[in-house]
Design a protein around this ligand. Structure first.
Ligand code: 9MR
Length: 448
């Protein structure tokens, strides 16, 4: 196999063209005519939602509420529906602050994700000191009371939050709830289903984005087990708190698709990405595209509105700056949402496509995924039907092809490559720098 890496001069030219194209596509201030101009409207085009975490003490802030009402159609209470907030004394429930968020959302036609019925953190003091059967029953009572109170108002509950350990074990996190018995999670889901049969019931966690991580596999195995035994689970939430030490993984769409293939919805539930400018924008775009590429990824929620509202404000991880202005990251997400449903796009990650042949046919080109790294991935194309083929490979911004093998390649534009046979071979490959966008390229074949 020969590896043909394009000359340095060519690569430089290609990347600057792509950067210019990205500037137009990602950072346009106004959407193209016909495109939706808010996150919620853009997400709705493919039947998805776009949500945010809301803090009750900001509902008097005009700028905040203005953006909330304009841009989002799903709301998660950032802290107000946690166990300590709703049951400060055992069996005495306090719904007032949470209701301000729920009622504001419903009054504006938005839906609500409930967060969270059972969690090892933010337990009220009385619960922290409990164990055994007493704690198990207190947890089940909490779930039953809260889910019953909110029955009919909640789109999806995070029934259990963050129950798996970090690191390489792939096992459960130690906690007072875990020590009540390994079946505490399924018991929680069963109680939630009885109390609100119409809410979707989710397991929610962080650091479960990278398919090769032990924690991801641990959660996957639990969900597979639950589905096989009829434990009522409908969805898995991926919190998606990213920063330079924990970047958006290149296999994110694979993770989402593999969970979806278990027969659950997947949702991105607490998205924030530390950083700024185009690098941050590209990562937000990549996450959005990963969701769009998975039919059962039903929506995305960001963990706050303005950078200054974030639990880690110094990392400026959100879509609006402290003054409420749209950031580059906002425009990249909006543009990705406006570029189509993704569910029928060639990026569908687990089944190689057999693309159409708009050039007249006579041959068929089939794409398959190759190796992946943090910053790039390989693609392979196999051609059948002709030895005299011309394959067009189109990548989407900000991707660029940096290497090809087993083909003679030329360039129609920065993102469109024409590949011809190199000898008698009928397969070739290439490496794509993805810039946070893992969508598969479009491929078409015609005869020369
Ligand atoms: O953003 C929340 C912050 O205001 C709270 O102090 C914190 C307390 O645990 O919880 C934050 O939200 C967390 C969410 O509930 C679960 N996933 C991680 C979030 C960020 O820490």
């Amino acid at each position: 196999m020969t590896l043909t890496v394009k000359s340095v001069g060519r690569v430089t030219l290609v990347s600057s063209l792509v950067a210019a194209a990205a500037g137009m596509a990602i950072f346009a201030a106004a959407p193209a005519s016909g495109a939706a101009d808010t996150l919620a409207a853009a997400a709705q085009q493919s039947g998805r939602y776009f949500g945010t975490a809301v803090a009750a003490n900001k509902l008097g802030d005009g700028t905040y509420v203005n953006i909330l009402n304009r841009e989002f159609d799903m709301v998660t209470a950032e802290n107000e529906m946690k166990m300590d907030a709703l049951e400060p004394n055992q069996n005495q429930f306090s719904y007032g602050t949470a209701d301000r968020i729920v009622n504001q959302a419903i009054g504006q036609g938005k839906r609500v994700r409930g967060h969270a019925l059972a969690w090892h953190m933010q337990q009220p003091g009385w619960m922290q000191n409990m164990g055994g059967t007493q704690l198990r029953n207190a947890m089940l009572n909490h779930i039953t009371q809260v889910a019953t109170y909110y029955r009919g108002k909640i789109y999806a509950w995070d029934v259990v939050n963050e129950a798996f350990a970090d690191g390489n074990s792939g096992g459960r996190r130690d906690s007072n709830l875990q020590r009540t018995g390994n079946d505490w999670i399924e018991a929680a889901f069963r109680a939630a289903r009885s109390a609100d049969p119409n809410a979707k019931l989710c397991y929610n966690d962080y650091n479960t984005d990278n398919w090769s991580h032990a924690k991801t596999q641990g959660v996957y195995n639990m969900v597979r087990d639950f589905k096989s035994r009829g434990v009522p689970i409908d969805c898995v939430g991926f919190q998606a708190h990213f920063n330079s030490g924990n970047p958006v993984p290149s296999n994110y769409h694979t993770t989402l698709q593999n969970f979806a293939d278990l027969g659950v919805d997947v949702q991105i539930t607490e998205l924030d990405i530390e950083g700024s400018g185009s690098s941050q924008a590209q990562q937000f775009q990549g996450v959005t595209q990963a969701c769009l590429a998975v039919a059962r990824c039903t929506g995305i929620t960001v963990w706050g509105i303005r950078d200054s509202d974030s639990w880690r404000a110094s990392g400026t991880p959100l879509l609006f700056d402290g003054s409420g202005n749209k950031k580059q990251a906002y425009n990249s997400v909006l543009s990705a949402l406006n570029s189509g449903t993704g569910t029928t796009s060639p990026s569908t990650p687990t089944s190689p496509t057999t693309p159409s042949n708009p050039g007249g046919g006579g041959c068929t080109a089939t794409y398959s995924e190759g190796e992946k790294w943090n910053d790039r991935f390989n693609g392979n194309v196999t051609v059948s039907g002709s030895n005299n083929w011309i394959v067009t490979v189109t990548v989407s911004s900000p991707q660029r092809i940096i290497a090809t093998w087993n083909t003679s390649a030329s360039w129609d534009s920065a993102n469109v490559m024409t590949a011809r046979p190199n000898g008698n071979g009928n397969s070739f490959g290439f490496t794509i720098m993805h810039g946070g966008n893992w969508n598969w390229p479009s491929i078409s074949c015609r005869t020369a």
